[in-house]
Design a protein around this ligand. Structure first.
Ligand code: XIL
Length: 405
């Protein structure tokens, strides 16, 4: 059994001194010096992090989201000022870090810049993500085994995120590719990346099956999850290994998560933290639903990380909290709800109060993007800063919520 490791007060086994040192560092400031910061307000409770894009990590605009150099510099200053943890929005995903087959098929440039940014700024660095059905190149699944060797995808339950068809690789070869990938990527950043999303979004949204229909399941079988965690643990025995998924506010999906994780624990698979993405909306979940979500997740006895927090204000996103990238566009349609800023502030205050209530388990809270301008759901204006990096009422509400502890 993996001990509930590193559930120290500062979380993650990072010495409290680093947090203290962080607060003393100076740097370009996007706001007046005495203004409260997110990382300061929640110091000693949990880390407050942010997903950063390539422009922030590299300091080059690269045409990203049509942001000017000036805005991008502001984004960087705000990241340093407000947050003590970072996650890579895209650059460590398989298709970006390992686009081609073989030892020469890796491209570490953006990932190296990301990790160096975190080291330079004394931040807790998260790796996202090793094994996922999305943003994974076709070559990973391709081979010479006829499709008939494995169950054929049914149109009703397509493996989303890629369009791979045709002859496939075998279980043995896919496990080998997965092991090489995990050992290479985790090994390269050993001791630097402290937390890894090892498996992302493996659970199905509907129907009786616990796991979604993906090529990982079809070619390897359900134990692809066990193997991914085992390989990651071999590659860096000190890293905190996370299972990460969305929609856990939904009781049925949450129950599947609990079944999955209990199975892993019974088989002594080194899963060490639960990542709950928390892509939610201004109307859902309620305080009671979020409280129940965290209470249920706590029964697993593992630290909980809120990994991809954002709160959708778009009309289209009020019906569900799904985060499946294939369905995402629909969630930002229909304009904004009425009194969007106030409702957003209210929901953020509620969520952070619930996180504080569960602070014994909640070690990290990560916002999925620095501001509305670069958010993957930018039409839904889901973050704490607007596209000019100015704090919204929701920012003040989150700072205020810290005082309710
Ligand atoms: C999203 C990124 O934010 C987008 O830039 C990209 O186009 C698609 O992926 N769940 C996850 C994240 O685990 O990796 C996704 O990030 C959002 C949903």
């Amino acid at each position: 059994m993996i001990a509930p490791l590193k559930i120290s007060r500062a979380g993650l086994g990072v010495p409290i001194g680093i947090l203290t040192a962080l607060l003393l560092t100076t740097g370009a400031s996007a706001r007046p010096d005495k203004s409260p910061t997110l990382k300061g307000a929640y110091k000693g409770q949990f880390y407050v992090g942010v997903a950063i894009n390539r422009a922030i990590a590299t300091g080059e605009t690269m045409g990203f989201g049509n942001r000017t150099m000036e805005l991008m510099k502001q984004d960087i200053a705000l990241t340093k000022e407000q947050f003590n943890q970072i996650s890579p929005e895209n650059d460590l995903k398989w298709s970006l870090i390992h686009p081609r087959e073989g030892a020469d098929g890796y491209d570490f440039r953006a990932a190296d810049a990301y990790v160096n940014f975190g080291l330079k700024n004394h931040m807790v660095i998260v790796g996202h993500t090793l094994v996922w059905h999305g943003q994974t190149p076709n070559w990973v699944f391709a081979g010479t085994a006829p499709e008939a060797d494995t169950p054929v995808q049914t149109p009703a339950a397509p493996a989303r995120g890629f369009g791979f068809r045709g002859p496939r690789t075998t279980r043995a070869e896919l496990l080998q590719r997965m092991r090489d990938h995990i050992h290479t990527v985790v090994g390269r950043y050993k001791g630097k990346i402290k937390v890894w999303d090892v498996v992302n979004e493996a659970i199905s949204d509907g129907g009786p099956n616990v796991l979604r229909d993906s090529l990982w399941v079809q070619i390897i079988g359900p134990d692809f999850i066990d193997k991914a965690f085992e390989y990651a643990h071999e590659a860096d025995p000190d890293a905190i290994l996370r299972y990460n998924d969305y929609g856990l506010e939904n009781p049925e999906k949450r129950q599947k998560l609990i079944t999955l994780i209990k199975g892993l624990q019974a088989r002594k698979v080194p899963v060490m933290a639960i990542g709950t993405q928390t892509h939610v909306s201004v109307s859902s979940p309620s305080v009671e639903e979020e409280d129940r979500t965290l209470t249920d997740l706590e029964t697993l006895g593992l630290p909980i990380h809120i990994t991809e927090l954002d709160v959708n204000s778009a009309e289209g996103g009020q019906r569900s909290n799904g985060a499946d990238v294939a369905n995402n566009a629909a969630t930002t349609q229909g304009g904004l709800v009425n009194d969007a800023d106030q409702r957003l502030a209210h929901q953020y205050a509620n969520l952070f109060q619930v996180f504080l209530k569960h602070k014994k388990a909640v070690k990290v809270v990560t916002l999925w993007g620095i501001n509305d301008g670069v958010s993957w759901r930018s039409e839904g204006k889901p973050l704490l800063f607007d596209g000019n990096d100015q704090p919204k009422p929701a920012f003040d509400a989150v700072i205020q919520a810290a005082k309710s502890k």
